[in-house]
Write a protein that binds this ligand. Structure first.
Ligand SMILES: O=C(O)C(=O)C[C@]1(C(=O)O)C=C[C@@H](O)C=C1
Length: 301
């Protein structure tokens, strides 16, 4: 997993949690900041970067839906995952006090992860979403905004010359964001360490066969760690006509499932062969080593 000389694209500016995740995934890599998630995907596709490291879910805020949609629209492969403890601080220009604040800005995920704590701190001020946490800190410093605070990391405070007004303001002290590492080529799955596999599928009969699909894993004792549904962009609605009661409009979904097995295992291969029978579309997004690093909440600062 050593990253020296690897160019790793992430969304945000220096001091963003995604930059820290890139460093955790590939120590000593060259981290390449990108404006948007899609730009990070393109950076790898165009060989400007060798890997992208992107957040997919947070223990408090939930899924980062945009990245689920982009995984499907692009052809990159998931080659690993890292879980980063996320420790948020409230940052403002030196000398600014909490009482002066009229607004708090940050990434929408960070705002949702600190929602209750902000209220408890008496900060019932406007909350505004921006592209990334460190970008919020940079914006305050660049525009000398004395009525605005950012939610970002302690490293962002250091980089952009802000003071920490409150430390550890996430609503749960064990706040963790899970990132995936993406590459142009898949890795060869192994069985000598714990692996996870991520798939996405759709089926013609709406949600009615979902139970059958999931039982392909249950019968083989394969644990699912995550299931997510997203709108089926090519066919979002299915009309079901019933002469007696009228026309129902069912929403169609893409289902994303993560399961704890390697594609090198026969039980995983058999499960997917069975899933294929029930699905109209199936893609393996990647089979990759699970992040098994011991729990260490403060290292995300
Ligand atoms: O804005 C940042 O610093 C990011 O790296 C993005 C992001 C996210 O998209 O979830 C990453 C980790 C935290 O959960 C908050 C924000």
């Amino acid at each position: 997993m050593h990253g020296s000389q690897l160019r790793v694209a992430y969304q945000g500016v220096p001091g963003a949690y995604s930059e820290a995740a890139a460093g955790k995934a590939y120590p000593n890599c060259e981290a390449i900041p990108c404006d948007q998630f899609e730009v990070a995907f393109q950076a790898v596709e165009l060989w400007i970067a060798d890997r992208a490291v992107l957040p997919v879910e947070n223990s408090l805020g939930g899924s980062i839906h945009r990245n689920y949609d982009l995984l499907l629209r692009h052809r990159l492969h998931i080659v690993g995952e890292v879980q980063l403890p996320v420790h948020h601080c409230l940052l403002a220009l030196p000398g600014v006090r909490k009482e002066y604040l009229a607004r708090v800005i940050s990434h929408p995920q960070a705002l949702s992860q600190c929602e209750h704590t902000l209220t408890k701190l008496g900060l019932n001020v406007t909350r505004e979403a921006v592209d990334d946490t460190a970008g919020a800190a940079e914006y305050i410093a660049a525009n000398n905004l004395r009525d605005t605070a950012a939610i970002a990391s302690a490293r962002a405070a250091e980089l952009y010359g802000l003071q920490i007004l409150a430390d550890g303001i996430q609503d749960d002290s064990s706040n963790v964001t899970r990132f995936v590492m993406l590459a142009r080529e898949p890795i060869i799955p192994r069985t000598d360490r714990p692996f996870k596999t991520s798939i996405v599928f759709a089926h013609d009969k709406g949600t009615s066969v979902l139970f059958k699909v999931l039982s392909a894993f249950a019968f083989r004792n394969i644990s699912l760690t995550k299931i997510e549904s997203r709108p089926h962009r090519n066919r979002p609605i299915r009309l079901v006509d019933d002469a007696n009661v009228g026309t129902a409009k069912h929403f169609e979904y893409m289902f994303y499932v993560d399961f704890e097995a390697s594609m090198a295992e026969v039980r995983a291969q058999n499960a997917l062969a069975e899933v294929q029978e029930f699905t109209s579309f199936l893609r393996v997004l990647g089979s990759y080593p699970m992040d098994m690093t011991p729990w260490c909440p403060s290292s995300g600062d």
